[in-house]
Design a protein around this ligand. Sequence first.
Ligand SMILES: CCCCC/C=C\C/C=C\C/C=C\C/C=C\CCCC(=O)SCCNC(=O)CCNC(=O)[C@H](O)C(C)(C)COP(=O)(O)OP(=O)(O)OC[C@H]1O[C@@H](n2cnc3c(N)ncnc32)[C@H](O)[C@@H]1OP(=O)(O)O
Length: 248
Amino acid sequence: MAQSLGRLFTLLSFRKTHLSRQCVQVLSGTTLKRTLMMRAVPILSPKPRDFSLPNPSWGEEMMRLYNYYSSQSEVETEGEEEQGSQWTRLPSYNRSLKYAIGGVYLSKIIQSKARLFTRNIKHPGAGFEYVVFFTKDKQRCVCIFQAGHLLEGPPGHVHGGAIATIIDTVTGTHASLLCAPVVTANLNINYRSPIPLGSTVLIESTLDEQEGKKTFISCKITSTDGSKLHTEATALFVSVSVSHLLRG
Ligand SMILES: CCCCC/C=C\C/C=C\C/C=C\C/C=C\CCCC(=O)SCCNC(=O)CCNC(=O)[C@H](O)C(C)(C)COP(=O)(O)OP(=O)(O)OC[C@H]1O[C@@H](n2cnc3c(N)ncnc32)[C@H](O)[C@@H]1OP(=O)(O)O
């Protein structure tokens, strides 16, 4: 199985070197949207649905922050200089495979029922609603997260496992931007104050260090005005080959 999948990946140019280069090309800079349309999602492939665009379940605070970071992402077209482009929104698909060339088709061939954990609840607003923005130098990411009613742990509050999941997702996405593919090797979490169900919070992730195959990232979750610290975490990601992912 792993061998035949390996051959398939090779045929479809889904090799580590290619993937890494492509990720760097595709996911950097403020021309992300245009580049993604032209390179990562090829002519032969339909455009995958982007789950990090607003939907009717997004509350006022989620929309306010989305508009704020989107406005910071706008590219100044006058002159050569790009201004006001501190943040770039990262599209989000229901399978990581969909970031690869031909990923939409690959997704139909390889474990077609598999879905990204955070994008597998169909009802808008019931699970994880989130959008990630990253800085040009990829040193920082920010995620706006609205926690739906299916993520309950203690009554009225978000489950610690759901919090771990969104932290793994944001820090993992951050590490992937720097050196995909990666896996989480270590995740340490301190839960400082509960997150009310249905609320919108900010997740900020910072690159601490890169050392060979290792990428160290730290992260905190706060209320949107920054006054309340909910969670702090550190994570270690290790770069792996595609064959490592396939071997499991
Ligand atoms: C596919 C297309 C992707 C494209 C992506 C593009 C854009 C991204 C956008 C969105 C991404 C979307 C979603 C992302 C969402 C979530 C991300 C979730 C990620 C996960 O949820 S993933 C699942 C959980 N994860 C695992 O399932 C890992 C299982 N595990 C292993 O696969 C191995 O265990 C491994 C590889 C970790 C290590 O394997 P190993 O030991 O053979 O590796 P190696 O020796 O090379 O280690 C190298 C150096 O790391 C040190 N090291 C290793 N482990 C350590 C530890 N735990 N603590 C401290 N240091 C450690 C060593 O000590 C050495 O350090 P040194 O070099 O200094 O000696």
